[in-house]
Ligand binder design. Structure first.
Ligand code: FES
Ligand code: MG
Length: 578
């Protein structure tokens, strides 16, 4: 069998090749599945990690795509095996998929480590699935590439574009004040998400898949191909073909991935007007690769690169428009001065060559630097704030917020959690004005638990009816990337671990200065010291289940919310011969 063995020696051969009773059983069990010895011996074994599930609408086509990947792997001389993994489909998973991101990362890593796998194709795309799969793949460090699930096709309702997430929120507010009817609301259910694929707005899904492409984890152009497009099937075939070659080249992440690749990803994130969630995921991913990255690194990039991609929630187009406009290569050609064009990813092709032929077919969807969606002085993709409310940082997408609120002082109205908020927010007697600063705590990585997307606090109904469209909202939670508004998120340290947010009281004055990067409560230090001494955590503590593990080991938002025992690049011993 050694005559079939390509160079370098295949990891899988430690399972299949030895003259041991254990290796006999591996060959025997593979034959049991109907495979002949010549079908698998000496061939690169390609693990297809598939996050398909009937609880993840965004991934529902991945079962078919896996078959296409397999066809191409066979044709290229490999042996494909599909390994089902947790889907972490956004929307259906309660309380939040973020509670399971690290779990899927662990599952990915361990599936690859414990099985005879030489290379991996990672199938995902719904929000957390992208960072999770990549974190696991990075920790495993075998040749791997990411195949994005692809965005859903454009939605439309009564002649208006409607995008997943962004318009749900918009029409929900209209329903609350009677601007649309119940009948309209039901009709909208079928209008926004009209095809297979991930959210078509610039939410976390498209932000993360496009960042993954920019760093080099996907084939060029892959992330913007709509899921329902025949080109998506062809891209899946190309992934199967490429991964077999990557195994032969031994192109593992540690052999190509650098900080410069991450910087390309961060620059792209800013031009996309991407989701605040990416700030957490990028830090977690970089740490898995042994690369240091901070919120300040990202904020510095944000101050240089304006939002160029005109997608909801910052703009008014959808992913299908972005695809027709030329996709990521077209954007990269326009922002080439901010990119390291020598970087090559899994395709082995430098960015310079990828963008050489790129053309933009719609200058309104992908703007020129001279005509951004949001000029830098009006707002940025990621503003980082610090102050006595958030000593370790908080973030805000000021490009999707009312610029009149960028400097603001107002009284706090504090909610202890989502139940407290839901019970009071629409109370006509609630003491609140447009100047009030709405605060929600116990929504952090430990307190949530899992840092749910509670940070886009609703505008109180009595203000909505007065025409108030935006106000300052602060939390230690996250916000959906499809949402907009003056929401200050990821306050660290969070309230549950005794962060200063826990000390704030209704009526305290809170001062925000986005241009200066400040967020403070105007409470005297001696008063804060008294409150700190009396602090008693109010979040729920779990004693068993994944949640207990999560609460014990999760790091804070500015550290990536990975588990403390996973967040570095320390090698784990490979399984031995027995
Ligand atoms: Fe899956 Fe938005 S719900 S990408
Ligand atoms: Mg989302």
């Amino acid at each position: 069998m050694t005559e079939h063995r390509p160079t370098p020696p295949l990891r899988s051969q430690r399972w299949y090749e030895p003259d041991t009773i254990r290796a006999f059983a591996h060959r025997q069990r593979t034959q049991q599945m109907g495979l002949r010895r010549e079908d698998f011996l000496g061939k690169p074994v390609i693990g297809i990690i598939n996050t398909w599930s009937e609880m993840s609408a965004c991934h529902i086509h991945l079962r078919d795509r896996a078959e296409t990947v397999k066809r191409a792997v066979w044709a290229a001389g490999g042996y494909p095996v599909e390994l089902p993994a947790l889907s972490v489909g956004e929307v259906m998973v309660k309380p939040t998929t973020m509670l399971y991101r690290n779990f899927l990362a662990m599952e990915t890593e361990e599936l690859l480590r414990s099985h005879p796998i030489d290379g991996a194709v990672l199938l995902g795309g719904c929000d957390k699935s992208t960072p999770a799969l990549l974190m696991g793949g990075l920790s495993m460090d075998i040749p791997m590439l990411f195949m994005p699930a692809g965005p859903m096709s454009n939605g439309q309702w009564r002649g208006q574009k409607s995008g997943a997430g962004t318009h749900t929120k918009k029409y929900w507010d209209q329903l609350r004040v009677g601007a649309i009817t119940r009948h309209d609301w039901v009709e909208l259910e079928g209008a926004m998400t009209r095809s297979i694929g991930t959210c078509n707005t610039m939410g976390t899904a498209s932000t993360m898949t496009l960042i993954a492409e920019a760093i080099g984890f996907t084939l060029p152009g892959a992330a913007s191909i709509p899921a329902a497009d025949s080109g998506h099937v062809r891209m899946a075939a190309a992934c199967g073909d490429r991964i077999v070659a990557m195994v032969r080249e031994d192109l593992r992440p540690s052999r190509w991935l650098t900080r410069r690749h991450f910087d390309n990803g961060i620059a792209t994130y800013m031009a996309l007007g991407g989701s605040t969630n990416a700030a957490i995921h990028l830090i977690a991913m970089a740490r898995r690769a042994g690369i240091s990255l901070t919120l300040d690194d990202m904020a510095a990039m944000a101050r240089r690169i304006p939002v160029l991609v005109n997608l909801f929630p910052s703009g008014n187009a959808l992913m299908e428009d972005f695809f027709f406009a030329g996709g990521l290569p077209a954007l990269h050609a326009k922002m080439r001065d901010f990119l390291d064009l020598d970087c090559a990813g899994i395709a082995g092709v430098p960015l310079r060559e990828i963008i050489a032929e790129a053309a933009c077919h719609d200058d309104d969807v992908i703007r020129n630097l001279a005509n951004p969606v949001t000029p830098l002085d009006r707002g940025v993709t990621l503003a980082v704030l610090r102050g006595n409310l958030c000593p370790d940082g908080a973030v805000m997408k000021s490009s999707a917020a009312d610029p009149r609120l960028a400097r603001h002082v107002g009284p706090a109205l504090v909610f202890e959690g989502p139940e407290d908020m839901a019970a009071r927010i629409d109370d006509p007697a609630l003491e609140v004005t447009a100047d009030t600063v709405l605060v929600l705590r116990n929504g952090g990585p430990v307190g949530g638990p899992g840092m749910p997307e509670w940070g886009n606090l609703p505008i109180p109904k009595k203000l909505l009816t007065q025409g108030v469209k935006d106000m300052i909202r602060i939390s230690d939670a996250r916000m959906s990337g499809t949402h907009y508004g003056s929401c200050i998120l990821h306050v660290a340290p969070e309230a549950a671990v005794g962060g200063p947010l826990a000390l704030l009281r209704t009526g305290d004055r809170v001062a925000l200065d986005v241009p200066e990067g400040r967020l403070d409560m105007q409470v005297p230090e001696d008063e804060l010291a008294r409150r700190r001494a009396a602090f008693v955590p109010t979040h729920r503590n779990y004693t068993r289940s994944l949640v207990a593990l999560h609460q014990r080991h999760v790091t804070q938002a500015h550290e990536g919310c990975d588990y403390d025992f996973l967040q570095d690049a320390t090698p784990v011993p490979e399984p031995g011969i027995f």
